[in-house]
Write a protein that binds this ligand. Structure first.
Ligand SMILES: *[C@@H]1O[C@H](CO)[C@@H](O)[C@H](O)[C@H]1NC(C)=O
Ligand SMILES: *[C@@H]1O[C@H](CO)[C@@H](O)[C@H](O)[C@H]1NC(C)=O
Ligand SMILES: *[C@@H]1O[C@H](CO)[C@@H](O)[C@H](O)[C@H]1NC(C)=O
Ligand SMILES: *[C@@H]1O[C@H](CO)[C@@H](O)[C@H](O)[C@H]1NC(C)=O
Ligand SMILES: *[C@@H]1O[C@H](CO)[C@@H](O)[C@H](O)[C@H]1NC(C)=O
Ligand SMILES: *[C@@H]1O[C@H](CO)[C@@H](O)[C@H](O)[C@H]1NC(C)=O
Ligand SMILES: *[C@@H]1O[C@H](CO)[C@@H](O)[C@H](O)[C@H]1NC(C)=O
Ligand SMILES: *[C@@H]1O[C@H](CO)[C@@H](O)[C@H](O)[C@H]1NC(C)=O
Ligand SMILES: *[C@@H]1O[C@H](CO)[C@@H](O)[C@H](O)[C@H]1NC(C)=O
Ligand SMILES: *[C@@H]1O[C@H](CO)[C@@H](O)[C@H](O)[C@H]1NC(C)=O
Ligand SMILES: *[C@@H]1O[C@H](CO)[C@@H](O)[C@H](O)[C@H]1NC(C)=O
Ligand SMILES: *[C@@H]1O[C@H](CO)[C@@H](O)[C@H](O)[C@H]1NC(C)=O
Length: 702
């Protein structure tokens, strides 16, 4: 045993000068050696503990007066293996910190029931199993802080053991898989319980009324569980609460005005992603310390209370995805000079943008999209010098010329989303529209704008995404598009563009050459489609969408250069000629839609090389010959090929003429494995993209 241990240890350079004031307790030493024997180490990592030496001198060990081990600190030591119950034999152990390792197995109940341990931190490991209900060996126990967060624990959370703890101050059990009810007993004896974090588990049932007894509780977090029911009235007796965070559960009921005003020290209220209804109570104005208010994605109604103006410390108001209504003028934003984020996406606010918003000079992100606001933008928005993200889309704002002339002075703007407004106006082609140097995402979609793709866009050197779909833009696609050297997502669909697909489009640098992605993030998560939410700009798919226009001519062979393209849509145009087999080189394609054109000839077998393809459509053309019966293309439904009378194959239930060349055999593409890889790759993108809260959605990009 000892020999094996010696083999593991590094040469120990003990400081021999320090006089052994107290040498190690024998029993403690043997418990520690048992503990270390239960561990395993990655190569070249070890803990230099040697049997022949004084364990009080060992790294990570602190002894008390009579040589009793009182603290073990072995955080971030790449420890693997399990935690030996022998640590429970350390009669004087007060602090145990094994956080940030790779420990597995269970947490010995001896540690939970130790009568001496005050601080137990095993967070960020791989511990699993059910936590045993354990009664402290010394009545009352000493436990003050328990951090078991970011592990793999399951089962119910212990409840009776807290009935006897007197000194409990903090529990963090977040990021596990605990189930069942939240115990109500934390404060039966403990009067100094300050922090409870149970977020990211699978707790169900309602929030226990017993938490109201926690008169010292400052932080209560239990977001991302399956909690239901209303917030219990008793909870508001915990008047020391500063941080009340219960997002993404199934909580119901009202935010009661008489109750909420009792929490006068509240700085952060997060109840987003629940099923709350009713209004924001007027008494919210009494929460003078409130800094963040998150009530997004609920079912709340009514006007904003004017008293919100009294929350002068507020930096973040997130009310998106509710049914709030009325005019924003009710709130006097003059007082909210600390406001940095105002997110009112998807509500039913009416009227105009109140002038007082323009005094919030610290505003970084302002999102008013998806409401019923009207009017013209005020030049005073130029006061918002820190504004980086502005989304006004899907309202009834007018005068796009005015809007752009004003906004070009917001020099720090990187995201400007103003689509679905300005119905039927003309696209400003004015040379005086410049500025926008820092713009990375621009959406002016769904405005039915007439005119051409304006030249001033060519100056937006940092533009990465451009959305101009669903307008009535005419003329051709300008060759200068390639001058937008950062552009990787271009949507021009549903316009009246004509002429040929310019070869310049095949020279777009971001689609042709692999460059390191810039991980710029949106200040607010943006929404696209029905379920996708994006936070990081570069996780948007590289897209060229020219569908539903009046483009003519052949598909240029030069498409071969757009190696990085993920989505190509040329559907519903008047394209002629054959499908260039060079499209088979675009191996990153996930979506290829060439439907409803006048394409002729055979389906190139090279398209079978598109292993990531999950949507493919060549229907309604004049294609002929066999549909490949093996490979990637054979995995798509007949609707991908319909409306081409001269195509044959099993897919369209038409036998191929034997005179026709049989399909060239290509190696099986193992479709299931490939599409699995796609799901994983995309899933990873999605996880990175989704950093914040959940969603409300529409087709509209907000
Ligand atoms: C445990 O150690 C980690 C890493 O040094 C530290 O962040 C954490 O605060 C410690 N835990 C306690 C309860 O002090
Ligand atoms: C674990 O939680 C305790 C109590 O909240 C805290 O003091 C400690 O720093 C946490 N540990 C880590 C590694 O964050
Ligand atoms: C609890 O631990 C998690 C990490 O596991 C950390 O992110 C969170 O901030 C902690 N909660 C509190 C209240 O400190
Ligand atoms: C609120 O905070 C103040 C100062 O931070 C403190 O003195 C007061 O006791 C707190 N109120 C409650 C009910 O905890
Ligand atoms: C939202 O509230 C309305 C009444 O205000 C109710 O009819 C509706 O069912 C609620 N929706 C959900 C999803 O709870
Ligand atoms: C703001 O607070 C002051 C005093 O606390 C009160 O007189 C005033 O009515 C409040 N304003 C609003 C709009 O509620
Ligand atoms: C939005 O408000 C308008 C008028 O205030 C009302 O007519 C309309 O029904 C509301 N829409 C929804 C979806 O509640
Ligand atoms: C604008 O952006 C620049 C560069 O990112 C930054 O240094 C500056 O502080 C910003 N201006 C304001 C008013 O936030
Ligand atoms: C639109 O804005 C421009 C520039 O600010 C202004 O000259 C014009 O009169 C406005 N048009 C309408 C219809 O308000
Ligand atoms: C596009 O860039 C080329 C040089 O790369 C330049 O000659 C041309 O004037 C630019 N076009 C526009 C519209 O900026
Ligand atoms: C498409 O272009 C053709 C030829 O330029 C023209 O005859 C036709 O009217 C256009 N169709 C539409 C819908 O604009
Ligand atoms: C396209 O793919 C074919 C076959 O995979 C290959 O021979 C050819 O070199 C590729 N062309 C380009 C431009 O990459």
């Amino acid at each position: 045993m000892a020999m094996a241990f010696f083999g593991l240890s590094l040469v120990l350079l003990l400081s021999m000068v320090s006089p052994a004031t107290s040498s190690c307790n024998k029993n403690d030493k043997s418990s520690l050696l048992q503990f270390i024997a239960g561990l395993s180490f990655e190569d070249s990592v070890t803990i230099p503990w040697q049997d022949g030496t004084d364990c009080c001198e060992w790294e990570g060990i602190t002894c008390g007066r009579s040589g009793v081990v009182i603290e073990i600190f072995l955080a971030s030591r790449s420890l693997e293996g399990s935690i030996s119950p022998s640590l429970g034999n350390l009669k004087g152990l007060q602090r145990l910190n094994l956080s940030y390792n790779s420990l597995s197995g269970t947490l010995p109940s001896e540690l939970m029931s130790s009568g001496t341990i005050k601080v137990l931190d095993v967070s960020f490991n791989r511990l699993s199993g059910v936590l045993q209900e354990s009664l402290p060996s010394i009545p009352g126990g000493q436990l003050q802080a328990l951090n078991i967060s970011s592990n793999l624990f399951t089962g119910e959370f212990p409840s009776t053991m807290w009935e006897n703890t007197r000194n409990l101050a903090a529990i963090n059990a977040s990021n596990n898989s605990f189930q069942g009810w939240i115990p109500s007993s934390f404060c039966m004896r403990s009067t100094s319980f300050v922090v409870l974090d149970l977020s990211y588990n699978q707790f169900s049932g309602s929030i226990p009324a017993g938490l109201g007894k926690c008169s010292a509780l400052r932080v209560l977090k239990a977001g991302h569980n399956n909690l239901s029911g209303p917030l219990p009235d008793e909870l508001y007796d915990a008047t020391s609460l500063e941080y009340l965070s219960l997002p993404n559960n199934g909580l119901q009921g009202l935010l009661d005005g008489a109750h909420i005003m009792k929490l006068r020290n509240l700085t952060n209220l997060d109840l987003g992603g629940n099923r709350l209804n009713g209004k924001i109570p007027h008494s919210i104005g009494q929460l003078k310390r409130l800094e963040e208010l998150h009530l997004g994605n609920n079912n709340m109604t009514g006007e904003l209370p004017s008293s919100l103006s009294n929350c002068t410390d507020i930096t973040m108001i997130d009310l998106k995805g509710n049914n709030f209504s009325g005019e924003l003028h009710k709130v006097n934003f003059f007082n909210l000079l600390n406001l940095e984020v105002l997110d009112l996406l998807y509500n039913n606010f009416t009227g105009t943008i109140p002038q007082s918003i323009y005094s919030c000079s610290n505003m970084i992100a302002l999102r008013l999209s998806g409401n019923n606001l009207h009017g013209q933008l005020s030049p005073r928005i130029g006061n918002l010098k820190s504004l980086v993200f502005l989304s006004l889309g899907d309202n009834k704002f007018t005068n796009i010329t005015n809007t752009l002339q004003i906004l070009k002075n917001c020099k720090n703007l990187t995201s400007l989303l103003i689509g679905a407004n300005f119905k039927g106006e003309a696209m400003p082609e004015d040379e005086t529209i410049d500025g926008f140097q820092n713009l990375r995402a621009l959406s002016i979609s769904e405005c039915s704008l007439s005119g051409k793709i304006p030249l001033w866009l060519s100056k937006l050197k940092n533009l990465e995404m451009l959305f101009l779909q669903r307008n009535q833009l005419s003329g051709s696609i300008p060759a200068w598009i390639k001058n937008l050297t950062s552009l990787f997502h271009l949507d021009l669909s549903y316009n009246n563009l004509e002429g040929e697909i310019p070869v310049a489009l095949m020279e777009m640098p971001m689609l042709t050459t692999e460059v390191a992605a810039i991980h710029s993030v949106f200040e607010l998560p943006v929404y696209l489609g029905h379920s996708l939410q994006y936070r990081i700009i570069s996780t948007f798919p590289k897209t060229l969408d020219l569908g539903h226009n009046n483009l003519t001519g052949a598909i240029p062979q030069d498409f071969v250069h757009l190696k990085l393209l993920a989505k190509l849509n040329l559907s519903f145009n008047a394209l002629t000629g054959e499908i260039p087999q060079q499209l088979g080189n675009l191996t990153n394609l996930q979506v290829l839609d060439l439907s409803s054109n006048h394409l002729a000839g055979a389906i190139p077998l090279a398209l079978n090389n598109l292993h990531f393809l999950s949507k493919f459509n060549v229907s309604h053309n004049d294609l002929e010959g066999p549909i490949p019966s093996v490979g990637q293309l054979s995995t798509f439904p007949s609707s991908s090929f319909d409306g081409n009378p001269k195509l044959c194959g099993i897919m369209v239930a038409k036998l191929c003429d034997s005179a026709e060349a049989p399909p060239v055999s290509v190696p099986s593409t193992e479709q299931t494995i490939k599409s699995g890889a796609f799901v994983i790759a995309f899933g990873a993108f999605f996880v990175v993209g989704v950093l914040y809260d959940q969603i409300v959605l529409s087709r509209y990009f907000g």
